[in-house]
Design a binder for this molecule. Structure first.
Ligand code: ADP
Ligand code: ADP
Length: 226
């Protein structure tokens, strides 16, 4: 479903991605883990078509991402960042429905989908009327997840989605994310620097260091390595 072949990216002298590759099967959850600055976010942005690599290719569902098709292919993925990445001047609900309204989906279908997603991420309808700054961190993150899932994309990319949360909210959302990933059959890449979170949420773990994936496998396989 996601195939990254030998992508590299530099920012001036900084090597963010040394040629690195990763493939994710449909329906799998992969955790990208590694120290700050090792290139996790850059790799995720390359997959999302938000950063153009200096070399290498990204294919989503068998189609190679190019400057021409990136806008269309991006509709196949939901992207969630720390603290939800919501537009501050829009209500939570308007954040969630922005793209659907732009795509001229029917108001009835949009309402139905918002209700369904609200139940899925367990956020009360009253909270959806508020602006992002009026919500708790956990609620902002739930809204960010709703927005990412709104158009039912096959791929979901999460960049430290729980990084800004207190431990209790964090573990609550971990439980919900696990249920959501298992139930919806999405192909997921999750960036985290929490090994426990990676092991709990992801079937496969990719360890990054200095712009490359240095090891891949199940947690057990990684622990068994000498
Ligand atoms: P991580 O997500 O693992 O913390 P990043 O992918 O954010 O790592 O960053 C990898 C390296 O690239 C870091 O050295 C970072 O400072 C640098 N970098 C990332 N984005 C930019 C940018 N827009 N401009 C300049 N340097 C960047
Ligand atoms: P993360 O590591 O979680 O991606 P950062 O705080 O490193 O978050 O980066 C936040 C934003 O700043 C990103 O858009 C990233 O591309 C950009 N960025 C990161 N490092 C640099 C840098 N050295 N110079 C310029 N922009 C950077």
């Amino acid at each position: 479903m996601i195939d990254v072949q030998a992508v590299s990216k530099r920012y001036g002298q900084t090597v963010a991605l040394d040629p690195t590759s990763i493939a994710c099967e449909a329906g799998s959850t992969t955790a990208l883990i590694g120290p700050s600055g090792c290139g996790k976010s850059t790799l995720l942005r390359v997959v999302a078509g938000l950063v153009i690599p200096d070399s290498g290719t990204v294919s989503l569902a068998g189609e190679t991402l190019t400057a021409q098709n990136s806008e269309r292919l991006r509709q196949n993925l939901g992207y969630v960042i720390q603290d939800g990445g919501l537009f501050p001047h829009l209500s939570a609900r308007d954040n969630v429905t922005l793209l659907a309204r732009y795509l001229k989906q029917s108001p009835v279908a949009i309402d139905r989908r918002v209700t369904e997603l609200g139940e899925l991420v367990q956020i009360p309808a009253t909270a959806l009327a508020r602006f992002p700054r009026q919500l708790s961190g956990g609620q902002r993150q739930r809204v960010g997840l709703m927005r990412a899932l709104m158009n039912d994309p096959p791929i979901v990319l999460l960049d430290e989605p729980l990084g800004a949360l207190d431990p209790i909210t964090r573990s609550e959302l971990q439980t919900q994310l696990k249920a959501i990933f298992a139930g919806l059959g999405k192909t997921v890449i999750l960036v985290t620097h929490d090994m426990g979170e990676a092991a709990y949420l992801a079937g496969r773990i990719a360890l990054m260091r200095d712009g490359r994936i240095v090891q891949r496998g199940s947690l057990q396989a990684l622990l068994d390595e000498p």
